[in-house]
Design a protein around this ligand. Structure first.
Ligand code: PHE
Length: 357
């Protein structure tokens, strides 16, 4: 009597079940799949051998083998589902974004504490120098009526001197024309008006702030820039006081080897007027391209207050006299830090900005 091909079936089934259970990962199980439930499985080999059986035996054996296969397939599917679930959980764990980690390692660590920009820092230093010299600090509006920006400063409508300032007009309307201030000088007018109203003369003030001109930016000009205005109204003030203040400031801010000089100029609101220049900080006075070989760099304008300005604000020019000056804060920063192109101040390139922390 021939032994049935299925004599060992239960052993084979137990082996296959063990093999399924031994697969610890989905990858292991899938590698084994052909040997467990696929064409290379012992079950497939047995299936083929059934052909040798007599027909009545074959039917019975076929049914047993079919049962066994179903059992194995089910065990395989259960194991597969379990391992898939484990693999998914593992993947999720690996992909999990720990926001705490991200914040600390990638966001906070490279984030350094900010610092005032170079123009703001320069403005504070300038204020400090003038405060030490006995001035106080005021400010005024950036949007001004035509009267403050021009007329009260002895620049009537259509006066040719208006060409000195390329103006952004906010409103050309009636009754008032409104402009973005082209200089900090209108703040002088506000200050003098207040002092008159409050009977609070004398005045010793500096007024820093942002100004606007319809200029095309270049290496030494910006359309939005900063000035610091100085105003002294007191009894017996002379041009020598003005020159002394400018020279004292120049040494205090730029250093002992940098001096100032005044050159005749014209401004409608001062008489006499001067441009003030300092020793070129790039060549220290020897002459270079930045100062056009002169050894001097223009910083701003100044002069004795014009009687027409006193009249506009109602100050008695017989009792009081005074001087004013105004110069560029951005230009000071440029000269002090020897910045070749002023546009670097507004580019916001952090590699540039970090140098001034
Ligand atoms: N406001 C003048 C300017 O911007 C500078 C200046 C100020 C001149 C004060 C004289 C007195 O050009």
């Amino acid at each position: 009597m021939t032994t049935s091909p299925l004599a060992e079936l239960s052993t084979h089934v137990a082996d296959l079940i063990a093999r399924i259970e031994q697969a610890l990962t989905l990858a292991d199980l899938l590698v084994d799949e052909p040997f467990i439930v696929g064409k290379r499985s012992i079950l497939s080999t047995l299936q083929k051998s059934l052909g040798a059986l007599a027909p009545e035996e074959r039917k019975d054996a076929g049914a047993r083998l079919q049962d066994a296969r179903r059992g194995i397939e089910e065990a395989f599917a259960v194991r597969r589902a379990l391992l898939e679930e484990e693999a998914r959980a593992e993947q999720l764990e690996a992909d999990r974004l720990d926001l705490g980690d991200v914040v600390i390692s990638q966001v906070l660590a490279p984030l350094s504490v900010g610092h005032p920009g170079i123009v703001a820092a320069t403005q504070r230093q300038l204020e400090d120098v003038f405060v030490a010299m006995g001035f106080n600090v005021s400010d005024g509006p950036e949007v001004e009526s035509d009267w403050y920006n021009f007329e009260a400063l002895n620049i009537p409508p259509a006066h040719p001197a208006r060409g000195m300032w390329d103006t952004f007009y906010v409103d050309l309307g009636e009754p008032e024309t409104v402009v973005l201030r082209t200089h900090t000088s209108p703040t002088q007018i506000h200050l003098m008006e207040q002092a008159v109203a409050q009977d609070a003369l004398p005045i010793h003030s500096v007024m820093p702030g942002r100004c606007y001109r319809r200029d095309t930016p270049d290496a030494r000009h910006l359309a939005t820039f900063h000035q610091i205005e100085g105003l002294v109204v007191d009894r017996g003030i002379s041009f020598a006081d003005l020159a002394g203040v400018i020279e004292t400031f120049t040494h205090a801010y730029f250093g002992a080897d940098i001096s100032s000089r005044l050159r005749p100029a014209f401004f409608p609101f001062t008489e006499p007027s001067a441009e003030f220049e300092i020793t070129c900080t790039i060549c220290r006075g020897d002459g270079c391209r930045t100062c056009s070989q002169t050894g001097w760099i223009e910083l701003g304008g100044c002069g004795m207050l014009d009687p027409a300005v006193f009249e506009a604000v109602g100050i008695d020019g017989d009792e009081w006299s005074g001087f004013a000056f105004g110069f560029g804060i951005d230009r000071c920063a440029q000269m002090r830090h020897q910045i070749a192109d002023m546009r670097a101040l507004i580019d916001n390139d952090v590699r540039f900005l970090r140098q001034f922390s």
